[in-house]
Design a protein around this ligand. Structure first.
Ligand SMILES: *Cc1c(COP(=O)(O)O)cnc(C)c1O
Length: 244
């Protein structure tokens, strides 16, 4: 077995073990293999090893890599391309044209722009709202560090979710968050649990809203995220090694 195949198998067995250990159904968690900075050839190797969900954090890189991979595998390879990084509004058309799922919707302006572009292209796009639960200034996402107690934050989140859910061509499916950097496990786990609770609260607060997806957990913390209810983990280094 190649190194890549071995690391992939180790990662999926860690995911399966975390599902079992925390009473999640087998297969409840989708592994998004994060290929940012790696060339299309690495995606082809990962595909041969069995991976089908790929994550990129920049829309140009996603569009280029997708084209290169489809030139080899064709358009019906069964790959789902996840855009996991935040989007600038002038890049919305790239995301609308090439992403299959967008994890990092962090502004209404982007949502409106995406909705209009998707209508022109005749596409629909499942999206997740990025929420900044840890409160770190370096993180993007709708402010949610005091969502349990801050009425203004609650109102803004409710309003954002309701507005985005009502936009044509965009399918709001859940929330995405990033753990605090370099924090103790207990603090990281608390952020994941609070994000899960926020999804439950929003579903109850906004009529007809369903938020079944929770995108959280990366190489250093995906088991904690699975324990807190993640449905999508975004893992790069554990599979592909360090990005240089
Ligand atoms: C790079 C990246 C990841 C993957 O990080 P690893 O530490 O390599 O697992 C996950 N999510 C986002 C948004 C990223 O930009």
């Amino acid at each position: 077995m190649s190194n890549l195949t071995e690391r992939y198998h180790e990662t999926i067995s860690r995911i399966a073990a975390a599902e079992r250990a925390t009473g999640r159904a087998p297969g409840a968690v989708t592994l998004v293999a994060v290929t940012k900075t790696w060339p299309a050839g690495v995606v082809l190797d990962a595909y041969a090893a069995g991976m089908r969900h790929f994550g990129e954090n920049r829309p140009e890189e996603l569009a280029e890599k997708r084209a290169a991979v489809e030139a080899v595998l064709g358009p019906d390879s069964g790959i789902t391309w996840h855009l996991i990084g935040p989007l600038q509004s002038r890049k919305a058309s790239l995301a609308a044209a090439h992403a299959d799922i967008f994890h990092a919707l962090d502004r209404l302006k982007i949502a409106r722009r995406l909705s209009a572009q998707l209508a022109e292209l005749g596409r629909t796009l499942p999206v997740l709202l990025e929420v900044n639960v840890s409160g770190e200034a370096s993180k993007s996402g709708f402010p949610a560090d005091r969502w349990e107690t801050d009425a203004a934050q609650q109102a803004a989140l409710r309003e954002a979710a309701a507005t985005i859910a009502a936009l044509p061509r965009i399918q709001l499916q859940g929330l995405m968050t990033m753990a605090p950097w370099d924090a103790p496990a207990g603090e990281i786990q608390a952020v994941f649990r609070r994000t899960h609770a926020l999804a439950d609260w929003l579903q109850a607060a906004v009529p007809h809203l369903a938020l079944p997806w929770l995108s959280m957990g990366m190489t250093d913390d995906f088991e904690l995220a699975i324990a807190a209810g993640a449905t999508h983990v975004r893992v790069g280094r554990a599979i592909f090694g360090s990005r240089t």
